[in-house]
Design a protein around this ligand. Structure first.
Ligand code: NAP
Length: 334
């Protein structure tokens, strides 16, 4: 497995991480047995970075990881790095009701996560969204105290803008910013990515397949469960979806000529954007995982990149990457 390092102060990790969210939430029901088998297959393939959130299925995802790690070979368990997001508040009905980044809340979230994960530390700990009522210095300061106490190893951030990156990095070293980055979500290239690079902060990129939209497997006929995020995502609606699937077909032409899949092309493109970027793969079946791992063997040369740029130029997607009420929580979009 190829490796990368998260920022100048973060851990060495596999070049691809496994994002476990879809095994508990947001993409409709997942198969528990297959989810566990997928985590095991990822560890077996040398993936060391496992990304979760305490609010993914309201604890379900952390308990799933607990079981996956308990039943994994000891060496794989030892090498695994767990990245946890916290701070999202939920209602009993499952609705999202805000964010809490107060220091006492941060420590409370961590205590519960450690219990659910069954580990004595969390490798990278990050608030999922900036809490607008709490200065980032206080939230990061609380994580720094958890590091002092040995419960956490590294500070991470999620979906914050350049200014917040600077303020956070002034309090404690930050290993990585987790943020959406793909062929059709390239806004970070303007200010956020250069700032992260200046500060020595790595990127863990999510939505590399734009939630499956640019995987080559999504079609207009796909039926989405009522609890599937994509049912609300602007990019998956009506004329936007038609336009975006048109981009996928243009990409498919390039992938076909190279003898690789569309998903592999999209993942390889992100991998190629810099050694400081680690794509998080949202595979929840072994089949999808195997396909994603194949991206590590795909090299995109200058001609390929030019063809991709022509097929899917920056800003080509129709529709925002989140519904308006969720865009409002993105410090990265201010
Ligand atoms: N910090 C944040 O705000 C944030 C937000 C979202 C996610 N994340 C993290 O990032 C991870 C990945 O994000 P994501 O789920 O949006 O990523 P993604 O990789 O863009 O999308 C995953 C979706 O793509 C589909 N897919 C099709 N082919 C695939 C393949 N070969 N490999 C993997 N997936 C394939 C999956 O398929 P099926 O539908 O067939 O299963 C799944 O529905 C999450 O699990 C989570 O840990 C972080």
């Amino acid at each position: 497995m190829q490796t990368r390092t998260l920022g100048t102060t973060g851990p060495q990790t596999s070049a691809l991480g496994l994002g476990c969210m879809g095994m508990s939430a947001l993409y409709g029901d997942a198969d528990r047995t297959e989810s566990l088998a997928t985590v095991h297959a990822a560890l077996d393939a040398g993936i060391t970075l496992l990304d979760t959130g305490d609010f993914y299925g309201m604890g379900h995802n952390e308990l799933l990881l607990n079981e996956a790690l308990r039943t994994a070979p000891p060496a794989a368990r030892e090498n695994a790095l767990i990245s946890v997001k916290f701070g999202a508040l939920r209602t009993v009905e499952g609705a999202f009701s805000g964010y809490d980044g107060r220091p006492a809340a941060v420590k409370n979230f961590a205590a519960y996560s450690l219990q659910r994960l069954g580990t004595d530390h969390i490798d990278v700990y990050r608030i999922a969204r900036l809490d607008p009522d709490v200065p980032i210095e206080e939230t990061v300061g609380a994580i720094a105290e958890l590091i002092e106490a040995g419960h956490v190893r590294h500070v991470g951030l999620s979906e914050v803008g350049a200014e917040t990156l600077r303020r956070a990095a002034a309090v404690a070293p930050v290993s990585d910013l987790q943020i959406e980055y793909s062929l059709i979500s390239r806004d970070i290239e303007k200010e956020i990515l250069p700032t992260a690079r200046e500060l020595g902060i790595g990127i863990t990129a999510y939505g590399v397949l734009s939630r499956g939209l640019i995987s080559g497997h999504f079609s207009r006929d796909r039926r989405l469960a009522a609890n599937d995020f994509r049912g609300l995502s602007p990019r998956f609606q009506g004329a936007n979806l038609d336009h975006n699937l048109g981009l996928v077909e243009a990409l498919r032409g390039i992938a076909d000529r190279k003898g690789v899949s569309v998903a592999q092309t999209a993942i390889a493109w992100v991998l190629g954007r810099g050694e400081d970027i680690v794509p998080l793969i949202g595979a929840r079946t072994r089949e999808r995982l195997t396909e994603a791992l194949g991206a590590l063997d795909v090299t995109l040369d200058a001609d390929d990149l030019a063809a991709i740029e022509q097929a899917v130029p920056a800003g080509a997607a129709a529709g925002d990457r989140y519904p308006a009420n969720q865009m409002a929580h993105l410090d990265s979009e201010r």
